[in-house]
Design a binder for this molecule. Structure first.
Ligand SMILES: Nc1ncnc2c1ncn2[C@@H]1O[C@H](COP(=O)(O)OP(=O)(O)O)[C@@H](O)[C@H]1O
Ligand SMILES: [Mg+2]
Length: 102
């Protein structure tokens, strides 16, 4: 199991964005996360990417419990995130944009 999320909870003032999320991802799998606006998709990715800290629950990455204190820590562990509102550099190719900063 590359990634396992167990009972992940994340609340913001007035809203429980993640309410006990379970997810398992094995090597080589591709998953799509679907949900209406406000469902918590971005929050889930941001917890994985070290942008947000979960209130409770467990993140296991490559078989070990993991806490990513910041995006740099997640990147160092091998978690790459391409955000929806990516600032594209028009003179660069898609691949070059995807690897911007590396
Ligand atoms: N930084 C934040 N501060 C307060 N509330 C937030 C924040 N980020 C997300 N939320 C709230 O959490 C819920 C889930 O948002 P989000 O994860 O962005 O949903 P999605 O990406 O599925 O549209 C929404 O109610 C949203 O308003
Ligand atoms: Mg979103």
């Amino acid at each position: 199991m590359v990634l396992r999320l167990t009972d992940l909870v994340k609340t913001f003032p007035g809203v429980r964005a993640l309410d006990g999320v379970q997810l398992e991802v094995r090597a080589g799998e591709v998953h799509c996360l679907l949900g209406q606006n406000g469902a918590g998709k971005s929050t889930l990715i941001k917890v994985l990417a070290g942008v947000h800290q979960p209130d409770s629950g467990l993140v296991e990455w490559r078989g070990e419990p993991a806490t990513f204190a910041n995006p740099q820590a997640a990147m160092k562990a091998g978690i790459a995130t391409i955000y929806q509102e990516l600032d594209l550099v028009e003179d660069l190719s898609v691949a070059e944009n995807a690897f911007l900063g590396h």
